[in-house]
Design a protein around this ligand. Structure first.
Ligand code: ATP
Ligand code: MG
Length: 180
């Protein structure tokens, strides 16, 4: 499994539709301060279902929509798509390629799609948790997070490892079943 493509449109500083083709292996994003490198990482966290504005370095979720510049008016929607190569079947769906899309309108409405078909956030989350990309998104390691893992209490550290291993989904389902 690897990331093949990332498209941003109206997301943070990326007003115009911007497409990035990714190859297997390591990708490095370079650029001057403030040029949007971290915004690219925010876009990945966001399209994978990030729910807290903090997770995308924002105060409110609609801060991710292009806010305009002196030369250009603000936009009404942000859209990010990520394409994952699933030819090894890690995602547990039959598609060789999976594109996840998330759209947010300034009105507050949002939409998720898998391969162009509208779905629920839960569908995206469940598909990703099969691949160890859980809700807490430990696949994205930000500054300070390594310290946080090292300093976590044992039970917190266990939760992080369980989520990364894809176990948390089953624990959540078990808890839900037991409550019925
Ligand atoms: P550094 O090297 O300092 O870490 P960076 O390349 O990671 O910089 P980012 O943090 O990705 O930079 O980008 C910051 C820029 O994105 C700022 O200029 C900020 O104004 C712009 N930006 C953030 N949100 C929006 C938005 N909603 N609309 C327009 N521009 C935005
Ligand atoms: Mg940065």
């Amino acid at each position: 499994m690897f990331l093949k493509n990332l498209t941003l449109k109206g997301f943070k500083s990326f007003a115009d539709s911007t497409n990035m083709v990714l190859e297997p292996g390591v990708t490095v994003v370079v650029g001057p301060n403030g040029s949007g490198k971290s915004n690219v990482v925010d876009a990945m966290a966001w399209v994978l279902g990030a729910q807290s504005p903090k997770a995308v370095r924002s105060q409110k979720m609609d801060d991710v929509i292009f806010a305009g510049t002196a030369a250009r008016p603000a936009l009404g929607r942000a859209e990010v798509s990520i394409t994952i190569d699933n030819s090894d079947g890690t995602l547990g769906v039959e598609f060789n390629e999976v594109t996840i899309t998330r759209i947010l309108f300034r009105t507050g409405e949002s939409e998720y799609m898998i391969n162009g078909v509208t779905c629920r956030l839960l569908d995206v989350q469940e598909m990703l948790s099969d691949a160890g990309v859980g809700r807490q998104q430990h696949v994205i390691v930000s500054q300070g997070q390594i310290d946080a893992v090292l300093n976590a209490r044992p039970e917190e550290r266990r939760a992080i490892i369980e989520e990364a291993a894809g176990v948390l989904k089953f624990r959540k389902r078990k808890e839900k079943a037991e409550r019925r």
